[in-house]
Write a protein that binds this ligand. Structure first.
Ligand SMILES: *Cc1c(COP(=O)(O)O)cnc(C)c1O
Length: 388
């Protein structure tokens, strides 16, 4: 028997962090105290009111059976209520909201609903690697739209050739953006609506970081803009807002036909999120402001510590208004990979090389502030000792 992987797996791009991971593990084996600022996964626990809601719901046998595919109506209602309160956007919980097993699940399944083999799926670069992978898993052709610092890391949609647009079915966008930390205003979203409608391209907006913002900045939802519901679907995650990455709960909202398409795929692939976790999600959304300012304050404090460190060694960055990352330029004459290897070898610090998020990320690196303040202070001290 000769088991062969499918072409879709064989064709996956090489795992760019494999080398860094191997180096990190070798150093750990030697007893080096490695500070890993790579992954965006909050170090602080989920708020206790949410944990208590899960505990109660787990005791109830009602929740032990198969959940409904599209999510419990009370969960979808809580998502709709939160959208109304937070963004002023009206949603029909019956057919404009679907529960997700984490937003990654919804993002990965979306191209299956809208891409036929050979169709183009657009995605911004640098970006979340799931966008291009999910487009190719659906038989589509992923085409990147680069994000440049000169354009404040917003895509130049007018630069996409007509020959590409005519084959494109969807565009993945993500603001506040991971990894660049860029934000988008409503004027930009208005341009995107016009672009979507005139080219018949579904906008798939990944809104994972709308609640992680600083200095009074309030990120908008794509759906706040007129006409957005005609042309878009927006993904939301409870992971980043409520320190719930391990719980696997999120939701998608937006155009009824688009939500229905995603729902159809999900009906045939999964059987919904554990109802007890949905009950915990309801608790999170109903009391969404509980502790949120304190969490923001903590990430902001860490952001400022790291940015001061970058100032001290003279590396360029734009101070993030949102997300729990800092995106900065590597020293002149160095590649992202050379920079991150040097930091690991000479200072025992793991940062993510920017090109790991796509070709347009070359020349940058990303750190996450989801690690203890003490470790971030230590990392900055070590960083100052490295000679570039
Ligand atoms: C973390 C993250 C997600 C996924 O979040 P889950 O809801 O935990 O699956 C999606 N998009 C971006 C850009 C992220 O950084």
């Amino acid at each position: 028997m000769d088991i062969k992987w499918s072409k879709r797996i064989e064709d996956l791009p090489p795992y760019l962090f494999a080398e860094i991971d191997a180096k990190k593990n070798a150093l750990l084996k030697k007893g080096v105290d490695v500070i890993d600022l790579g992954v965006g996964d909050p170090d602080i626990p989920t708020p206790s009111n949410i944990i208590d809601a899960l505990k109660d719901a787990a005791d109830d046998p009602e929740n032990h059976r198969y959940p409904s595919y599209q999510g419990m109506l009370p969960f979808r209602q809580a998502a709709a209520d939160w959208y109304k309160e937070r963004f002023g956007v009206e949603l029909d919980p019956e057919n404009e909201v679907v529960a997700l097993i984490g937003s990654k699940e919804g993002i990965a399944n979306t191209p299956l609903a809208f891409i036929n083999p050979g169709d183009v799926g657009l995605f911004t670069d640098p970006g979340y690697p799931v966008y291009p992978t999910s487009i190719s898993f659906a038989g589509g052709v992923p085409v990147s739209v680069p994000l440049y610092k000169e354009n404040d890391f917003l895509p130049d949609l007018k630069a996409i050739p007509e020959s590409t647009l005519s084959k494109s079915k969807l565009l993945f966008l993500n603001y506040p953006n991971n990894p660049t930390t860029a934000v988008a205003d409503k004027a930009f979203f208005e341009d995107v609506v016009e672009f979507a409608v005139s080219n018949n391209i579904l906008i798939c907006h990944d809104a994972a970081y709308t609640e992680i913002a600083y200095d009074g900045y309030v990120p908008p939802s794509f759906l706040e803009v007129d006409g957005a519901k005609e042309c878009s679907i927006e993904f939301h995650s409870l992971s980043k807002t409520f320190n719930m990455t391990g719980w696997r709960i999120g939701f998608a909202v937006g155009n009824k036909k688009a939500i229905g398409g995603l729902g159809k795929i999900k009906t045939n692939i999964d059987s919904g999120a554990f109802q007890a976790v949905q009950h915990a999600g309801i608790e999170a959304l109903k009391n969404h402001t509980l502790g949120l300012d304190d969490r923001r304050k903590l990430f902001q404090e860490r952001r400022d510590i790291f940015c001061k460190g970058l100032d001290a060694i003279g590396l360029a960055y734009t101070k993030p208004k949102a997300t729990f990352y800092v995106w900065f330029s590597v020293p002149e004459g160095m590649s992202s990979k050379e920079f991150s290897s040097k930091l690991l070898e000479e200072a025992g610090i793991v940062v993510t090389p920017g090109n790991g998020f796509g070709d347009a990320g070359e020349g940058y690196a990303r750190v996450s502030t989801t690690f203890s303040t003490e470790r971030i202070i230590q990392a900055v001290e070590r960083l100052k000792e490295v000679k570039f």
